[in-house]
Design a binder for this molecule. Structure first.
Ligand code: ADP
Length: 242
């Protein structure tokens, strides 16, 4: 699903990633932990094709993304990767429904179909009654769930989340974490989550610990029988919302 080989990245004279090799399987919920400044966000940005490595290879769903041109790359990203950030980054002038529709519209889906899909996704996340509200009229937890709906509308195979619960209180945090696992179980997505939240990290299938731009430990290599993954599972054909 996601394969990284020999990824390095520097900002000026600071080498932030020092050779990352990583293979993430379909349907895994993976947490990336480590001290501030270790390179976690940079790694996630590179995995999400929002930033380019200085060297190394990235393959996502069989596509070698570092070979794509900018236009192909943004189309690939919009279709295959969903992002959830610490601060929801919803557009304030649009309603929840409109925010969720945007990636589908970019994908070329008609307005009517995008609306239908967005409503279905909002309903799935328990937000149907909030669909006409603008971000300022929603609670922190609701805004973050709208951001999740937006990340999922195109049914991306991969969801990348950077401190997704960092701005939430305990109750909303737990709700959001449950939602990730529920989505994985029902829609089959792969989740990669950068987090400082130890509770969340402990629940994930796999924890990758980054220190000083390198992988210090990977829990999947600590246990030989790591995964309950079913290799026949197909994330793209699975989703049925009910
Ligand atoms: P983490 O997510 O583990 O806290 P980051 O990946 O955000 O770490 O950052 C790693 C290091 O790279 C930090 O020292 C940070 O200041 C630096 N850095 C990140 N992005 C940039 C950038 N765009 N320009 C310059 N330095 C950056």
């Amino acid at each position: 699903m996601i394969q990284l080989e020999g990824i390095t990245k520097s900002f000026g004279s600071l080498q932030v990633l020092k050779g990352i090799d990583l293979m993430i399987e379909k349907g895994e919920v993976v947490s990336i932990v480590g001290p501030s400044g270790a390179g976690k966000t940079t790694l996630l940005q590179i995995m999400g094709t929002l930033d380019k490595p200085d060297a190394g290879r990235i393959v996502i769903e069989g596509t070698e993304v570092n070979r794509l041109r900018e236009k192909e790359l943004s189309a690939f990203r919009n279709k295959h990767i969903g992002f959830v950030f610490q601060f929801h980054q919803l557009l304030p002038e649009f309603t929840a429904l409109e925010n969720v529709m945007i990636p589908a519209l970019i994908q070329g889906v008609s307005a009517g179909e995008a609306r239908r899909q967005a409503l279905e996704m909002l309903e799935f996340l328990g937000l149907k009654e909030r669909s006409g509200h603008k971000p300022a009229e929603l609670s922190g937890g609701e805004k973050q769930r709208v951001a999740v709906a937006r990340a999922l509308i195109n049914r991306p195979a991969v969801v990348l989340a950077d401190e997704p619960s960092g701005s939430l209180d305990t109750r909303n945090k737990e709700e959001l974490h449950r939602l990730f696992f529920d989505l994985r179980d029902r829609l089959g997505q792969t989740f990669v989550i950068v987090t400082h939240d130890e509770g969340l990290a402990q629940q994930t299938d796999r924890t990758i610990h980054i220190v000083d731009g390198k992988i210090l430990s990977d829990s999947s290599q600590d246990s030989s029988q790591n995964s309950s993954l079913d290799s026949t599972q197909d994330a793209t054909s699975a989703p049925t919302l009910d």
